[in-house]
Design a protein around this ligand. Structure first.
Ligand code: FES
Ligand code: FES
Length: 175
């Protein structure tokens, strides 16, 4: 198992498939003792109490469970816990509530039922971290994997552009 930070997963002698997995979540060092194949989403919600990230399809098809691992957007419902050993995980809670994207989401009144929105915002944050000035097609392409049953796509696109402009003006990175 790779360990970017030099941390090493330790086998739990009580259970062959269990591991103590250490990683950071929203800048805080955390460790969980769980089956190595447990999806990251389960660990975040059920073991660490971070319930902002939602469960939708469970098969990497809807994107509502999107979080960042070392800055990249990943579907946490299918990522085994063992894969985040020594890595940096960021969830919607890690944006802090006043991120430019979150302000833009409010400005454009994006959410309807709201269920998909944590995944939408985390996907958008990963996009702006890698491309601070995406055009409309690039926004559409990047966001296309996160589904919204309420059809908020046009408002999402507008909000991403607003946040991108604000971050560029402030000379800030999406992170
Ligand atoms: S719940 Fe993970 S992609 Fe749908
Ligand atoms: S706001 Fe309802 S599913 Fe997206």
């Amino acid at each position: 198992m790779s360990a970017g930070s030099g941390l090493t997963a330790q086998p739990n002698p009580q259970e062959e498939s269990a591991l103590i997995v250490r990683f950071t979540v929203n800048g805080e060092e955390r460790s969980v003792d769980a089956d190595a194949s447990m999806p990251l989403l389960w660990a975040l919600r059920d073991l660490l109490g971070l319930r902002g990230t939602k469960y939708g399809c469970g098969i990497a098809e809807c994107g509502v469970c999107t979080v960042h691992v070392d800055g990249s957007a990943v579907r946490s419902c299918v990522l085994p816990l063992s894969a985040v050993e020594g890595k940096h995980v960021r969830t919607i809670e890690g944006l802090g509530g006043n991120h430019a994207l979150q302000r833009a989401w409010i400005e454009k009144q994006v959410p309807q039922c709201g269920f998909c929105q944590p995944g939408q915002i985390m996907q958008a944050a990963a996009l702006l971290a890698s491309n601070p000035d995406p055009d409309r097609e690039q926004v559409r392409e990047s966001m296309s994997g996160v589904l919204c049953r309420c059809g908020t796509y046009l408002r999402i696109e507008a909000a991403v552009q607003i946040a991108a402009a604000e971050l560029r003006k402030a000379g800030e990175h999406s992170d």
